[in-house]
Ligand binder design. Structure first.
Ligand SMILES: [Zn+2]
Length: 347
């Protein structure tokens, strides 16, 4: 079968579309999927360079998100059948450790992500645990189905379970070009929160306005802290979503109202942030990390997607043969929304 694989660490130049053996269904609770789309996340760029503590065997099949059709089911699978259209939750848990038993699947001690620790989704066929598959909502195109899971699940847990965002509260979201930020904008609106959105691009801010953002700040042109103070009557925001890291962290904290919360799922500009501990204790801030989400949280977002809510924005779709171009598109950071790879025409 054809797959987009990484043959050595370094960068996009080590990506290739190769013929590799088709995976076989070995576990009774797994399914074999004929893939239609794979969707990229920022994490997939990290995989190109190699991740500390993760040893890949080459060729390594890339990409975490995806959607396809069930081609074969294991003997113990009863909720899926051949021909079902499914999207994949890329987080694979063990279901045996204390965290899994407590329902905290993204804190599983053996937590693994497709495309990162495990073989990815940019292939004609993929084998995954059946419990990682959810039905594609009625009417949702393949592109959006593939792009849905990782960013929506991540943003959902960030804003609801961790960030406790409530109606009437105000949230600041940095960098609206990415999928997590866009999912967060939709989730914030769903919860009746007021949104302040930043970007370095006026075009992206205009797109955010179309998605219903309340306030738009070009963080290259304006003093974000000052504008946030002005927009909130000097009070500050209740919640900040900052996955930018070093470049924005201190400003994020200065945007918070007393008892404000900051949530993060990464640091794209660098991970070593500095926090003024005096402000932290005096204003009684909460700083919270979050990654992916539990099965219960995944079921919640799938249910909302079935109601037509939280559908992701797709930037562009590339055929599998041009998979490396999809990575270039993501790396250039000009995209608005998800970058997708179409595998359906590969056979
Ligand atoms: Zn576990």
């Amino acid at each position: 079968m054809k797959a987009l694989v990484l043959n050595a660490y370094g960068g996009i130049e080590h990506l290739a579309v190769d013929d590799i053996p088709q995976p076989r269904l070995m576990e009774p609770d797994h399914v074999l999927l004929r893939m239609h789309r794979a969707a990229l996340n920022h994490l997939d760029l990290w995989v190109l360079r190699g991740l500390p503590g993760v040893e890949h065997s080459f060729p390594h099949v890339m990409v975490g998100d995806g959607a396809g059709v069930v081609a074969e089911v294991g003997a113990a699978v009863d909720h899926l059948g051949v021909g079902d259209r499914v999207m994949i939750n890329p987080g694979v848990s063990c279901y045996r450790c204390d965290m899994c038993r407590a329902g905290e699947h993204s804190l599983c001690v053996r937590y693994q992500l497709l495309g990162e620790h495990l073989s990815g989704t940019a292939a004609e066929f993929v084998v995954v645990p059946a419990r990682n598959c959810a039905p594609v909502p009625e009417g949702m195109p393949w592109d959006q189905a593939a792009a849905f899971s990782l960013v929506t699940l991540t943003a959902w847990r960030l804003l609801t379970t961790r960030g406790r965002l409530g109606p009437g509260e105000t949230i600041l979201i940095w960098g609206i070009g990415g999928g997590v930020a866009q999912a967060a904008l939709q989730i914030a609106r769903l919860h009746g929160a007021r949104t302040i959105i930043t970007s370095s691009s006026d075009d992206k801010l205009a797109r955010a306005a179309e998605l219903g953002a309340d306030h738009l700040l070009n963080h290259n042109d304006v003093d974000v802290v000052k504008e946030v103070r002005r927009l909130t009557g000097k009070r500050g925001v209740d919640l900040v979503l900052d996955s930018v890291g070093e470049a924005t962290w201190e400003r994020s904290l200065r945007c918070l109202a007393p008892r404000g919360r900051l949530v993060t799922c990464g640091g794209t500009t660098g991970s070593m942030v500095s926090t003024d501990v005096r402000r932290l204790f005096w204003f009684q801030y909460d700083i919270m990390g979050s990654t992916m989400g539990s099965n219960r949280e995944y079921q919640e977002i799938v249910r909302l997607a079935a109601q037509g809510k939280l559908w992701p924005v797709v930037d562009r779709t590339f055929p599998l043969e041009e998979g490396a171009r999809a990575f270039e598109r993501l790396q250039a950071a000009d995209h608005f929304g998800k970058v997708v790879i179409d595998i359906s025409g590969a056979a």
